[in-house]
Structure formats: structure tokens, C-alpha cells
Design a protein around this ligand. Structure first.
Ligand code: SF4
Length: 330
């Protein structure tokens, strides 16, 4: 059985990432089968509950106020509207519902109170409820936890070395601090990144190294391919090849065997065969719905056909927690 390790070195991760690709897939598929049911793929829905007008300058993001993009700005949605979307997501097979707000950080105000109500409502539906709201203090994390928040997403985006080329309005250290606050509140951590932003291979390895050497691995690691949006500084970035996505997914699977590896943005440009390779390499989650926050995503019917063809089954909500309880009892 592969060990869970937090002492990976850059050389080891680089060695894995650069293996002959078919050997890499074989190894990651083997690890995947040791830790997960390889036929299970979790379907998640990501809803933008507050869109655009963000003061940050993330170079990939159409929601940054300083870039001129087609994003339709809207203030925080009403609680009932969000809960209705969550019901629809559940009815169409999602077991995790993530709410994203284009904020620099959470502020202790009425909007946060509304988010707390949203979390309570979605949790009450039996969905794994996740939020991505920007930076978070430990006290705010505790409040979200008390409301029933299951997971918090805060991506590292890229390596520490390349980070300043992408974002200047907050530091890598800020990101790690938020992840620490989430962990301290015993909320499940979701953190990953984006490839195709002009980073070097060493930056991809650097990001994976940071994630895999945290005191505890994130339970969830989204792997995104940049979807360049007109009006953002990265609008002309060339598309990453599917082999680069596969190398990221497979390496993440091998070094963080228990994590859910989420095949996230960029899936809309992948063929069914390419997505199948990503699942073989260890991805075990996708996002459903025709939008991923503000960028396009495959239609639900295409995903249903893919599940049928590949004989995949949707993963239940809170499975990790159930496994944990079973392990504790046995
Ligand atoms: S990624 Fe998030 S923090 Fe960065 S500009 Fe977009 S909405 Fe703001």
C-alpha cells in the first residue's frame, strides 16, 4: 500500500511528473485503485453567488474590476435564490455545492450573515457545502463551520516563485494563512491551481510540492486549465495540451493519494476520450452545469452520456466522513 507522505522533495515530484506518460498513468491509476473506487466520480456544482467587481488583480480572472470583460456584475444573490439553485443541482445529481463570491476577503457584515444562511440551507439538503469567498480569519472559519460548512476552497493558483507574475494584491503567505485558518476550524480543505498561465514546468511542480508538504494534504485538489478570457492579461495564452493536464492529475494522485482530484476548468475543450484519460490518471470529480463561475462548461446531457459510456457512477455526499466513521467503529 502506498504511504501517505508529507515529506516529498522537489526532485521526487519532478521525477514522477516527467515519467514516460504511459508509465505515469499506469502508476497513478494503480494508486487511485488502492485508495478510491475508480468507477466513482463526484459531480459538483459551482455557483457564483456574487459576481464581478473584485478589487484583486488575478491575471486570469474576468471578475477583477480592473479588467474590461463581458462578465455581468451582480451583488450577492438572495438566500432563497441560492437554495433553489442548490435544490436543482441536487436533483440533477450533484452531491457537492460550492458557492463562490468575488471578494478579496470575508468581511463581518450582512453579506456574510447571508452566506451563513446559505450554508445552513444547503447543508440541510444533505449536500457537501463548500464556499470560496477569498481570505478568511480563523473566527470567520469557525462561524462557517458552526453553520455546517463542509469544505472551503482557496487555490494556491501556482508556485510561490511565479505567483507575483499572476497576482500582486495579496501574497502567497496570505493564501497559506487562510488555508491554515480553514484547517484549524476542522473544515475540509480544497486547494489547487491553474496551468497554462505562462508558468514553467518547475512552477507546476513547485505548486504540487507546496500542497503535498502541508501538514495535512488538502482533501480536495482542483486542477484547472486556463480558459483565457478576452479583456484579461492572459487572454492570448495558448491552450495547454491534454498531456500536461494528465501529468498534473497523475502526479497529484500519486503524491496525495487520498485527495479528491477535481478535473475543473478547461474540460469544455476536452473530448470524451481526453476526459477518460484524466479519470484513468486519477481524477475523480467534475463540475456540472453549463458555467463554472463565469466560464463555459460541458452541458449536463453530455456528462450523463459520458457517465453511461464510461460506466461511471456518481459519488455520494459525505463519503469521506462515512468512511471515517466506519473506520473508527471497526
Ligand atoms: S480570482 Fe477571485 S480574488 Fe482573484 S480577481 Fe477573481 S474573484 Fe477576485
Amino acid at each position: 500500500m502506498t504511504d501517505i507522505r508529507n515529506n516529498w522533495t522537489r526532485e521526487e515530484i519532478s521525477g514522477i511528473y516527467n515519467m514516460p506518460v504511459l508509465d505515469l498513468i499506469y502508476r497513478s491509476a494503480t494508486v487511485h485503485r488502492q485508495f478510491h473506487d475508480a468507477q466513482e466520480v463526484q459531480v459538483c456544482t459551482l455557483l457564483s453567488v456574487k459576481t464581478g467587481g473584485c478589487p484583486e488583480d488575478c491575471a486570469y480572472c474576468p471578475q477583477a474590476a480592473r479588467y474590461h470583460t463581458d462578465v455581468k456584475v451582480h451583488k450577492l444573490l438572495d438566500v432563497e435564490e441560492v437554495l433553489q439553485k442548490a435544490r436543482e443541482a441536487k436533483d440533477s445529481g450533484s452531491t457537492r455545492f460550492c458557492m463562490g463570491a468575488a471578494w478579496r476577503e470575508v468581511r463581518d457584515n450582512r453579506d456574510f450573515d447571508k452566506v451563513i444562511e446559505m450554508v445552513k440551507g444547503v447543508n440541510g439538503m444533505g449536500l457537501e457545502v463548500c464556499c470560496t469567498l477569498g481570505m478568511l480569519t480563523h473566527e470567520q472559519a469557525e462561524k462557517l463551520k458552526a453553520a455546517g460548512l463542509y469544505a472551503y476552497n482557496h487555490n494556491l493558483d501556482t508556485s510561490e516563485e511565479f505567483y507575483n507574475d499572476i497576482i500582486s494584491t495579496r501574497t502567497y503567505e496570505d493564501r497559506l494563512e487562510t488555508l491554515g485558518n480553514v484547517r484549524k476550524a476542522k473544515i475540509s480543505v480544497c486547494s489547487g491551481g491553474i496551468i497554462g498561465m505562462g508558468e514553467k514546468e518547475s512552477d507546476r511542480i513547485g505548486m504540487l510540492l507546496t500542497l503535498a508538504t502541508l501538514p495535512e494534504h488538502p482533501e480536495s485538489v482542483p486542477v484547472n486549465a486556463l480558459v483565457p478570457v478576452e479583456g484579461t492579461p492572459l487572454e492570448d495564452q495558448p491552450r495547454v495540451s491534454v498531456w500536461e493536464m494528465i501529468r498534473m492529475i497523475a502526479t497529484a494522485r500519486i503524491i496525495m493519494p487520498k485527495a479528491m482530484i477535481r478535473l475543473s476548468a478547461g474540460r469544455v475543450r476536452m473530448s470524451l476520450e481526453e476526459q477518460a484519460l484524466c479519470f484513468l490518471a486519477g481524477a475523480n470529480s467534475i463540475f456540472a452545469g453549463d458555467k463554472l463561475l463565469t466560464t463555459p462548461n460541458p452541458a449536463a446531457i453530455q456528462d450523463q452520456e459520458m457517465f453511461q459510456l464510461l460506466q461511471l457512477k456518481p459519488r455520494k455526499a459525505y463519503k469521506d466522513r462515512e468512511d471515517l466513521i466506519l473506520n473508527t467503529l471497526s
